[in-house]
Design a protein around this ligand. Structure first.
Ligand code: PGA
Length: 246
């Protein structure tokens, strides 16, 4: 029985206002049917958050954001504050996604500050970790992930969701084996469970309606972080229904 699986949609910089209305109304419809097995979190780009907040008001779908700045306010042109994301009802914040590490040059030190501020505001950080293909080929991935976790998680941290997203799996159609994911889950909980009250573990990278059931059926995996498939209504609907009506 699949229970309380956390399904996080990362819409990235996709969808406009009309697409958002249409996709959210479909998700709301499913959520009304029978939805005890899924915690459904949707993370749109920031400009869509106010409208998504209105549309989701009386639903059980939870809103999240794809990033936040490490400070609450100040002269940081072009950034978004956690204070406002919180006012707009975002409960989860994705932090350290590999695309932000790559295109915005975010490093572990900065990511740690972001995890810190999300915790301080009593929201839940979804910390992304994952190795490049080269690192996996050298079988260095375990050490790499341990190092990322150590460097990105502050001393004071009440809760965290770790999303294991191997960079080579994102948007590529490739996925690691269940055993590979299990291995990363094990090192993650071994490292974190002693010091953090609430730790959840997600898998992300080329998740679709064909492979989601297999991954999510693994009891140690608390859920999925879904990119490309989360903006295709048929795909995300299938993924959610597989879990709900199992
Ligand atoms: P993908 O993206 O599902 O399109 O591979 C996942 C992610 O980047 O979070």
């Amino acid at each position: 029985m699949l229970k309380n699986k956390l399904i996080v949609s990362n819409w990235k910089m996709n969808l406009d206002f009309i697409d958002t209305k249409s996709l959210l109304s479909k998700l709301i419809k499913i959520s009304k049917k029978k939805n005890q097995n899924v915690i459904n979190v949707v993370c749109p780009q920031n400009l869509l958050i106010p409208i998504a907040n209105k549309l989701l008001k009386s639903s059980n779908i939870i809103l999240g954001a794809q990033d936040c700045h490490e400070k609450e306010s100040g002269a940081y042109t072009g950034n978004s504050s956690i204070v406002l994301l919180k006012k707009l009802n975002c409960k989860y914040i994705i932090i350290g996604h590999s695309e932000r590490r790559l295109y915005n040059k975010e490093e572990n030190k900065l990511i740690k500050k972001k995890v810190e501020i999300v915790n301080r505001h009593k929201l839940t950080p979804i910390l992304c970790v994952g190795e490049e293909l080269e690192i996996r080929k050298k079988s260095d991935h375990k050490n790499f992930i341990i190092d990322q976790l150590k460097k990105c998680i502050p001393k004071e941290c009440e809760k965290i969701v770790v999303a294991y997203e191997p960079i080579w799996a994102i948007g590529s159609g490739l996925t690691p084996s269940i055993n590979d994911i299990r291995e990363i889950h094990e090192i993650t909980v071994n490292l974190l469970l002693k010091k953090i009250k609430s730790v959840k573990f997600l898998y992300g990278g080329s998740v679709n309606s064909k492979n989601s059931k297999n991954i999510i059926s693994e009891s140690q995996i608390d859920g999925l972080l879904i990119g490309g498939a989360s903006i295709k209504s048929e795909e995300i609907t299938k993924i959610l229904c597989q879990i709900n009506f199992d």
